[in-house]
Design a protein around this ligand. Structure first.
Ligand code: NAI
Ligand code: MG
Length: 357
């Protein structure tokens, strides 16, 4: 297919485990949603991940960032294999790409869909977004191992929090809160960590001055963990560091039915740049290859992708079709207590989209 105006140039990294399964279930849904507007998808499938690592010694090529940059957006499944050390693949691919492309924030919306069972009482109607700083903090990769192999091994992991990086994440989160309910909670741990997190508190308060319509509160991460389960409706936009955002996102996913329901977007804060859209979950080796993974997290990541590219109608079509399919428990995958396969849920979403055209 030649390049044209009415095309989305999509790089796809299916990755490992359930990654390829949920991506395969998602692509037709995105294609169908865009086709309504006469837009085609030009796919480039990239074989990055664990198999490539075993074959070539690296999960992705050295010019990965350039390759990604030749597209409008990236849809990523997951990485992780039981026979390769986790950090080789997670660092060698997704964390590496987030840093190389300087994807400043990871947006993690959590929405409870009607008809989807959850393990938490009072989670009906939950609708919140975690804005996770995506390049620094505890995941910056600074540190080392001293006295290795002596029996007195010493692991040094240095967290880095810089004003520039906090500021850009904060601006993104405040702007988002302004478009939503006007409420933002900053999650830190300034009572026990005396350098990085007080800087977060200070810088984010400064940024808040630019957004008089948004009310801000500062919540310690441990208190936030409890509040997320006890009073999820009191939350709208959460702004958190790399580590806290990662942990809280898995907790928040439980409010929506679990890991199979949680989408994310890795984006820069300047418009027009390439983002990476991926389910929050990993490669789920315990269910990989069985055809039972829930593809909704990946589909909703696709909806975020379409929205960021300006295809707002197509994004809404994906979300509406997912919501319509999930109302019927016969379409639920095993993680939601159902018996549907990945392919069956995907077909149900496609049928709903067809019906609502
Ligand atoms: P995980 O998210 O892969 O799985 C946690 C639990 O959620 C498992 O019980 C799994 O079966 C379930 N689950 C996950 N996705 C699901 C889906 N779509 N449908 C139904 N159930 C689903 O996390 P885990 O087990 O800690 O990590 C597995 C591997 O994935 C590791 O190698 C890890 O490093 C990697 N990982 C990769 C990430 C990425 O690529 N961005 C993110 C998180 C983990
Ligand atoms: Mg995680």
């Amino acid at each position: 297919m030649s390049q044209s105006e009415a095309a989305v140039r999509l790089a796809v990294i299916p990755g490992d485990g359930v990654g390829p399964e949920v991506v395969a279930a998602t692509i037709p849904v995105l294609e169908a949603a865009l086709a309504v507007d006469g837009i085609v998808v030009e796919l480039t499938e990239l074989d990055w991940g664990g198999e490539r690592y075993l074959r070539e010694g690296a999960a992705m090529p050295t010019d990965a960032a350039d390759i990604v940059g030749q597209h409008d957006a990236v849809l990523f499944g997951a990485v992780g294999r039981t026979d390769v050390p986790d950090d080789e693949l997670v660092w060698g691919l997704i964390i590496g790409l987030r840093q190389q492309l300087d994807l400043a924030v990871n947006i993690r919306p959590v929405r409870a869909f009607p008809g989807v069972p959850t393990k938490v009482r009072d989670s009906d109607g939950v609708d919140l977004v975690i804005v996770r700083e995506n390049t620094e903090g505890e995941y910056v990769g600074a540190g080392g191992l001293a006295h290795a192999g002596t029996g007195h091994d010493l692991g040094i992991e240095v967290a880095v929090h810089s004003r520039r990086v906090i500021e850009r994440a904060a601006h993104h989160a405040f702007a988002l809160a302004g478009r939503r309910s006007g409420r933002l909670a900053l999650v830190t741990k300034s009572n026990a960590m005396r350098h990085g997190y007080p800087l977060w508190d200070r810088v984010v308060r400064e940024v808040s001055e630019h957004y008089p319509d948004v009310t801000m509160e500062v919540v310690l991460v441990d208190a936030m963990a409890a509040r997320m389960i006890q009073a999820p409706h009191s939350l709208d936009v959460l702004l958190a560091s790399n580590l806290f955002g990662d942990i809280l996102a898995d907790l928040a996913a439980v409010l929506a039915g679990g890991m199979g329901m949680a989408p994310s977007a890795n984006v820069r804060t300047d418009p027009g740049s390439v983002g990476i859209y991926e389910p929050v979950h990993g490669s789920a080796p315990d269910i990989a290859g069985k055809g039972i993974a829930n593809p909704v997290a990946c589909m909703l990541s696709g909806a975020l992708l379409l929205e960021d590219l300006g295809h707002v109608g197509a994004a809404a079509r994906v979300r509406d079709a997912v919501a319509a399919a999930l109302v019927d428990p016969s379409h639920h995958t095993a993680d939601l207590g159902g018996h549907a396969t990945t392919a069956e849920l995907s077909s149900a979403v496609l049928r709903k989209m067809e019906m609502h055209r």
